[in-house]
Design a protein around this ligand. Sequence first.
Ligand SMILES: Cc1ncc(COP(=O)(O)O)c(C=O)c1O
Length: 463
Amino acid sequence: MRVSSHAVAGMVGSWREGPGPAHQCLSDRLRLLILDGRLCLGAALPSERDLATALGTSRTTVGTAYRTLVEHGYLATRARARATVRLPDDTSPERRASALPETIDLSVAAPAAPVEILHVAFATTLEQLPRHFERHGYDGYGTAELREAVAHWYRRRGLPTSPDHILITHGAQHALALLARTLLSPRDKVLIDHPTYPHAIRTFLDVRARPLPVALTPSGWDTAQLHAAARAAHLAYLIPDFHNPTGMCMPTSMRRSLRPACLTVIDETMTDLDLDGADAEPFALHMPTAVSVGSVSKSIWGGLRIGWIRAAPSLLERVEQVRPATDLGTSVVEQLATAVLLNAHQTLRPTALDRLRRQRHALGQALAEYLPHVNAPQPAGGMTMWVTFPDPISSRLAAVAPDHGVTITAGPRFGIGGAFERHIRLPYTLSPDQLTRAIRRLAQAERALKEGATGTHTPAPVA
Ligand SMILES: Cc1ncc(COP(=O)(O)O)c(C=O)c1O
């Protein structure tokens, strides 16, 4: 894949900031983009001349930066071909260290499995399974049992829904990918919250759509800006319920008045993780044309790989026609188990919500103790805190942190154009004790960074 000079210039952002000569600042910024996964493996970088023009710098600066990256194993070159992104050999001690079992992983916001309730659900499933044996088991829409259970999940929240409005997917991510493939064409603009869920950005870029970011400020969503951007967009993608990464919840008054001019996809993956009683009304209650995407990955377990789309049957028919290019349906066993869990209201377990509240509190306490200079607003729900450092250190901190036994995801993964260098997302899905240790280690990493440490770690996964 070729990356244009314009795209690279957008990603490196204000690359001249920082000590040292210009070529060093540039190679350092490109190295962080590679480590962070924003410049993908195998991507072909622009020529030295094109990038120099896009950055308003000399060709010598770009050439020297490229050569430094080649020397350190981050770029491969061939005669008369563009330099391509690679990573240094897997055998480097730094990268092996990142796989040490004692490393605390703060890159994934997802809970461990609730073992007992899964056992019960799968035992019931085994009893129900034989009634499916006479059929072939392929179904692009999902089993009747789960479609009804999901429809009931909406009805309980006050939104009339029949199983005809539900299509079962392999998680919310798959739902987004199917919708992107069904609804978007190259160059279509997609309104996104900024920051937003990174794999959604990736999904839209994959179908060659163009993200149109609308800032989510510390005070939340801005109706006027959303309306203005929606007029220029083909599709809007919003996470109003305990937004990933900020944990914010869109106020009811805004849900009632927001009317984006374009088709709007609402991601309800976090809806059941209401920690402070926000009691969010389903977005589609006020905007019947809204398409909703949901999942049990956060409220029960990501390993089930079950999600869904709620939309008009005519749109679901189009999705179902697109689907065979990637998959032929979702496992019957997992669907039946999820139906059992939904019917038993297991997405709303008071014990799980209490645990999240305790973990959120522990994370807040640890930040106040070890990183008192970061701003860490308490989220209304979900499972992540979006914290702000005084300086733009996020990518560098993510590259160094594994040397201190903790992995994090850099803020720019949640945006486009190199934004959010002062932010990181911290999930509170681990125990209070692990969270406290992780933040202590992160504070050590920050100190090491200030003393000149540079990291070489590859991107942490994000969920
Ligand atoms: C906002 C949001 N949407 C979608 C997903 C993907 O969820 P799933 O595991 O159901 O594919 C996630 C996972 O982190 C998420 O945070």
